[in-house]
Ligand binder design. Structure first.
Ligand code: PLP
Length: 405
């Protein structure tokens, strides 16, 4: 693949930071968007801005077609069986909140148990805790082993006759670990328990096939997959979505309203109250095209090369290097600490050298507690990163480690 050609599509990568070329290694938090995505947003505002689904005029019909075309594209991207199963949300967080509030509110009862894992992002913990304030639910937690993989034997042992739901991530935003979601789902289904997969970190790097893994729900965000901010997707099996009550009320999600009785719209609109972020939704279509044109397997292979190269050199060249998450099956995410140096100090100094990494608990405080630390430095890679950038990162890291050490 011609990475220079790909980089040319991302004007932001030409920025300098403190007179150094920007080396953007914070892709787990959000990835950059190519020209095609930015141009779609510009054209959304300059050519087709009109509210969707309500107008008979040309602009409204064009805006509606852009949004619904994106829905068809998302269906294809995750291999859902119908567009009724594709709900646009503000992102992964809202998608999980929707399921916790609607499915959880309707079907979970006092005394029921749900299973999460210790590597979950707060977005897949707190919505369930909010539900716990309404219902007396028990949350049981799958631990990780020394290399950051889920302990599948413990997982199997957590099921009992009160288990009603499982919600785990496809890939960890801290450890990078890719979880065996097909097996996780098969085990839950053998107990008659549905599963939500938080795919926020998988969608930019892995092939998603919701029918193959048999997910009941699957959530992801566009901004982490070369797309715009403000939009994400909840895939849900039609059989569940049909039984679930609406999450929010408002325009778009109704069939008819009177003060005596309101009836709700068909799927997927029942779950899309209010004007959606139709301009970002249309731009998400372009982000999926970008990924598919390159090929998700090619993207993953390139990122794997960067991951292996950088990991080996970090361990070899930097005394006191500790990497959290060394599972063989992992995304290109390196969470690390060096000796007793504080992650925040390292991140600040790396920034002065043009290197953008993230520091802190990465919205995964229970995982930090399990690891006995309060945070890490995290470098994460995308298709536009290069071996030269890995070298710049390593050189900066050596300098910062020496300075602090
Ligand atoms: N789940 C995981 C695994 C994540 O990494 C993130 C964001 O970092 C989220 C959920 C939340 O995504 P968003 O903030 O786009 O809703």
């Amino acid at each position: 693949m011609d990475i220079d050609k790909i980089r040319a599509e991302f004007p932001i990568l030409r920025r300098t930071i403190y007179n150094h070329p920007l080396v953007y290694l914070d892709n787990t938090a959000t990835s950059q968007a190519p020209d095609s995505v930015v141009n779609s947003i510009v054209s959304g505002y300059t050519q087709t801005k009109a509210n969707v689904h309500r107008g008979v005029h040309t602009l409204s019909m064009e805006a509606t077609e852009l949004q619904e075309g994106a829905r068809r594209r998302v269906r294809e991207f995750v291999n859902a069986s119908s567009i009724e199963e594709i709900i646009f949300t503000r992102g992964t967080t809202e998608a999980i909140n929707l399921v916790a509030a609607s499915y959880g509110g309707e079907f979970l009862k006092d005394g029921d148990e749900i299973i999460l894992s210790v590597m979950e992002h707060h977005s897949n913990i707190v919505p369930w805790q909010l539900l716990q304030r309404r219902k007396n639910l028990k949350i049981r937690v799958i631990p990780v082993n020394a290399i950051g993989e889920l302990d599948m034997e413990v997982y199997k042992s957590l099921f009992n006759e009160r288990t009603r739901f499982v919600s785990v991530c496809h890939a960890s935003n801290v450890l990078g670990t890719i979880n065996p979601v097909k097996e996780i789902i098969a085990i839950a289904h053998s107990h008659g328990v549905p599963v939500l997969i938080d795919g926020a970190q998988a969608a930019p790097h892995l092939k998603i096939d919701v029918q193959d893994i048999d997910a009941d729900f699957y959530a992801f965000s566009a901004h982490k997959m070369y797309g715009p901010s403000g939009v994400g997707v909840l895939y849900g099996k039609k059989k569940w979505l049909e039984m679930m009550p609406p999450y929010q009320g408002g325009g778009e999600m109704i069939e008819s309203v009177s003060f005596e009785k309101t009836t709700f719209a068909e799927l997927p609109f029942k779950f899309e109250a209010g004007t959606p972020d139709f301009i970002s939704i249309a731009a998400m279509h372009k982000a999926i095209d970008f990924i598919d044109n390159l090929g998700i397997d090619n993207i993953a292979a390139h990122e794997r090369k960067l991951l292996d190269y950088t990991t080996a050199r970090m361990l070899e060249e930097i005394p006191g290097m500790r990497i959290f998450g060394t599972a063989p099956d992992k995304c290109a995410i390196i969470s690390f600490l060096v000796g007793n140096e504080h992650h925040y100090d390292m991140g600040m100094l790396l920034d002065k050298l043009g290197i953008a990494v993230r520091t802190g608990h990465h919205c995964a405080q229970p995982l930090m507690t399990a690891l006995g630390i309060d945070g890490t430095v995290r470098a994460s890679f995308a298709i536009y990163n290069t071996i030269e950038e890995c070298d710049m990162f390593l050189a900066a890291l050596r300098r910062v480690a020496a300075m602090l050490g």
